[in-house]
Design a protein around this ligand. Structure first.
Ligand code: IGP
Length: 380
C-alpha cells in the first residue's frame, strides 16, 4: 500500500507545493526599482511565513472538524486521519495506542485520504475559475436517468449501466487488453442504456481521460463518472470531460455535502447517483431534498463483502413505499452475474442495474451482456 506510506510520510497540510518568492538582497544604493520591489517581496515573504504556517494549521483543523461532523452522522470514513494521537504516559514511558493516529482503518478510508491529497493538487494546478471556463467547451449533457427509464419502460427489464472498469482493489486486474473506447462501443451495441467509466487511477486504473475518449469517440450512451467525489471541483472537472452523471457515496459524504453537490449537478443538468449500502445511509439520503436517483451497493466498500440480498433488504417496507411515492429510480449495484441475479434485484424493485466484473471479463462483451440477461437485449 504505497499510497498509505506517502500519506504517513507527508502530513496533508504540508503536501501543497511551496511557492518560493525569489529575489536578491539589495547590495548598493543605486539599485534598479525591480530589484527593490523583489527585495521587498522577500522581506514580506519571510514576514508572511508564520501566517502561512498558521493557515496550514487552520486548513488541517477544518479537515479534522469535517471528520467530527461526519462522525456525528454515523460516517466512519475519515477524510484526514489525525496526524498523530495524543501520547499516553505511564510512569516514565510514553507511547501511542496501536492504530490510533494516521493509519487508514479500511481500504475505503485509504482511498478517500489519498483522494483528498490528489484533489488538493489538482485544484492548485487548475483553479476553479479556470475550470469553469472549460465548461463552456464541454459537450452537451445527456439525460442519464431518462435513458434508464426509457429502456425500463420499453423492455420491462432493468436498464443496464455497463461499467468500463479495468481493475479494482478487491478483484485486481479484470481485463488485460483494456481499450476503454472499444469496450464502450461493444457495450453500446450490446444494448447498454448507459455507461459508467472508472476515473480513479490509483486503485481502479481508470482515468477522466478514458471517459473523455469514450465521449469523443461518439458513443451515444450517457456517461457516469465513477469517481470518489469529495469536492465540488471534481464535479466540474467531470462535466468538462463529458460526464452526464456523477456518483456520490453516502458512506463518505455528510448530508450537507450531498445536498450541496446535488444542487450543483442540478445547475449543470447532470444526474446524481447517490450510493448507499445500509439502512442508516438510505434513511439519511431519503431525508435529503432533491435526491431522485439512488444506488444500492451490494458490496461493502470497507470489507468488500458482496451480498445481493442487500438490495432487497433496503427496499422493503416503508423505505420502498417512500421510493415508489417519489418515483425515485433505484439502481442495483455490484455482484450481479446471472439472469437470476438480475431477476432477483428487479423483483426487489430496481429499475436499473450497474454491472462491471461479470461483463468486462468476457472476451466477447456483447455476448457477456446477453448471458447476464439470459437474452440479447440489443434486439429490444
Ligand atoms: O464489478 P461489479 O461487482 O459488477 O460492480 C460494479 C459497480 O457496482 C462497482 O464498481 C461500484 C459500485 N460502487 C462503487 C464505488 C466506487 C467504486 C466502484 C463501485
Amino acid at each position: 500500500m504505497e499510497g498509505l506510506a506517502s500519506i504517513r510520510a507527508v502530513p496533508f497540510f504540508t503536501c501543497r507545493p511551496k511557492r518560493s518568492i525569489s529575489g536578491t538582497r539589495p547590495s548598493s544604493l543605486s539599485l534598479p526599482s525591480s530589484t527593490i520591489v523583489r527585495a521587498q517581496q522577500v522581506a514580506m515573504a519571510s514576514e508572511l511565513e508564520p501566517i502561512k504556517d498558521e493557515l496550514k494549521i487552520k486548513v488541517g483543523e477544518v479537515g479534522l472538524f469535517h471528520n467530527e461532523v461526519a462522525a456525528a452522522q454515523g460516517i466512519k470514513i475519515r477524510r484526514r486521519p489525525p496526524t498523530g494521537s495524543p501520547k499516553h504516559y505511564v510512569g516514565p514511558f510514553e507511547f501511542r495506542l496501536e492504530n490510533e493516529g494516521n493509519t487508514p482503518r479500511s481500504i475505503l478510508e485509504e482511498i478517500i485520504c489519498h483522494k483528498d491529497i490528489e484533489v488538493a493538487r489538482w485544484r492548485e494546478k487548475k483553479p476553479l475559475h479556470s475550470l469553469l471556463k472549460d465548461l463552456q467547451k464541454a459537450p452537451p449533457v445527456r439525460d442519464f436517468v431518462g435513458a434508464l427509464r426509457a429502456v425500463n419502460e420499453r423492455t420491462g427489464l432493468p436498464g443496464l449501466i455497463a461499467e468500463v472498469k479495468k481493475a479494482s482493489p478487491s478483484r485486481g486486474v479484470l481485463r488485460e487488453d483494456f481499450n476503454p473506447v472499444e469496450i464502450a462501443q461493444a457495450y453500446e451495441s450490446g444494448g447498454a442504456a448507459c455507461l459508467s467509466v472508472l476515473a480513479d487511477e490509483k486503485y481502479f486504473q481508470g482515468s477522466y481521460e478514458n471517459m473523455e475518449a469514450v465521449r469523443n469517440a461518439g458513443v451515444q450512451c450517457p456517461l457516469l463518472c465513477k469517481e470518489f467525489i469529495i469536492d465540488a471541483w471534481q464535479i466540474y472537472y467531470a462535466r468538462s470531460k463529458g460526464a452526464d452523471a456523477i456518483l456520490l457515496i453516502a458512506a463518505v459524504l455528510p448530508d450537507l455535502d450531498i445536498s450541496y453537490m446535488v444542487k450543483i449537478c442540478k445547475k449543470l443538468k447532470m444526474a446524481t447517483l447517490v450510493e448507499v449500502h445500509d439502512e442508516k445511509e438510505m434513511d439519511r439520503v431519503l431525508r435529503i431534498e432533491g435526491v431522485e436517483f439512488i444506488g444500492i451497493n451490494n458490496r461493502n466498500l470497507e470489507t468488500f463483502e458482496v451480498d445481493t440480498s442487500n438490495t432487497k433488504k433496503l427496499l422493503e417496507g416503508k423505505r420502498g413505499e417512500i421510493i415508489r411515492e417519489r418515483d425515485i429510480i433505484v439502481v442495483g449495484e455490484s455482484g450481479l452475474f446471472t439472469p437470476d441475479d438480475i431477476a432477483f434485484v428487479q423483483e426487489a424493485g430496481v429499475k436499473a442495474v450497474l454491472v462491471g466484473e461479470s461483463i468486462v471479463k468476457q472476451s466477447d462483451l456483447k455476448k457477456g451482456i446477453a448471458q447476464l440477461f439470459g437474452r440479447d437485449i440489443s434486439l429490444f
